[in-house]
Design a binder for this molecule. Structure first.
Ligand code: CA
Length: 248
């Protein structure tokens, strides 16, 4: 327990030892205590023995897929409070995670940058208030629950309302805004946006994303001229501003 206070335990469900080694190394270097489980069964056993501060789940595990594992872990005591991050190798898996019917906190696409992974782990722990602290005694906001937002997404109709006004969006503008609205604050790189929103990333460019963000911003500005809901992270990508006025 003492170790958990100073050094959050991070459970890793990953069958490839090379990836697991990298993960363990970067996490340990950053002051975390990684717990490697090569199978879903082992992950369930470790999680049951002591819920970690965060769990990293590979989607392609030998005995159970990561989505199924996620659901099983969520049903365990403390399962709903532990943030979980998927490791995915395929874009159709990414779609499923980003669709977030699952309510997982985030995903990392393989191959991943170790530094990006640690940064993601840190920011998730910070958001959930678990960094270097004992697990919160009071229930935290469920993972994936967005703060009150001026956006209302109707995925069935592929429509988004903004401050009550229905936005007239092109297919790509809708795709971009939907992603960001589902994960306020999450930074999407141009590459991610291209692969998640466009069908054929091959004949699109970074500037394609920028051009659509520009027209999207103009439409948002027409509704609320004083509000800038999309943040640009120079050289990186875009994110939805988490702090927006509830009304205009
Ligand atoms: Ca795997």
């Amino acid at each position: 327990m003492r170790a958990m206070l100073a050094h959050p335990r991070i459970l890793i469900a990953e069958d490839e030892s090379g990836i697991a080694d990298t993960l363990q190394y970067v996490l340990r270097t950053d002051g975390f205590v990684p717990v490697w489980c090569p199978t879903a069964e082992e992950a369930i056993a470790q999680f049951t023995a002591e819920p970690p501060a965060l769990a990293i789940l590979d989607v392609g595990l030998p005995d159970m897929n990561g989505f199924e594992l996620f659901k099983r872990l969520q049903k365990l005591p403390s399962g709903a409070e532990v943030p979980m991050l998927f490791l995915t190798a395929r874009s159709d898996e990414i779609d499923r995670v980003v669709g977030l019917e699952l309510g997982a906190d985030d995903y990392i696409a393989k191959p991943f940058s170790p530094r990006e992974l640690v940064a993601r782990v840190r920011s998730i722990l910070r958001r959930s208030g678990r960094t270097g602290q004992a697990p919160a005694a009071t229930p935290t906001v469920a993972p994936g629950t967005p703060p009150p937002m001026p956006f209302a997404l109707d995925a069935d109709r592929m429509q988004i309302r903004y401050y009550g006004r229905l936005l007239e969006l092109s297919r790509y503008e809708y795709g971009l805004l939907r992603l960001m609205v589902q994960r306020p604050g999450r930074v999407f790189t141009r590459d991610e946006l291209l692969s998640l929103v466009w069908d054929e990333a091959s004949d699109s460019f970074d500037r394609t994303v920028d051009a659509h963000i520009k027209t999207l911003r103009a439409k948002l500005k027409a509704v609320a001229p004083e509000v800038e809901p999309i943040r640009t992270l120079r050289g990186t990508g875009y994110a939805l501003n988490e702090e927006l006025p509830p009304s205009v």
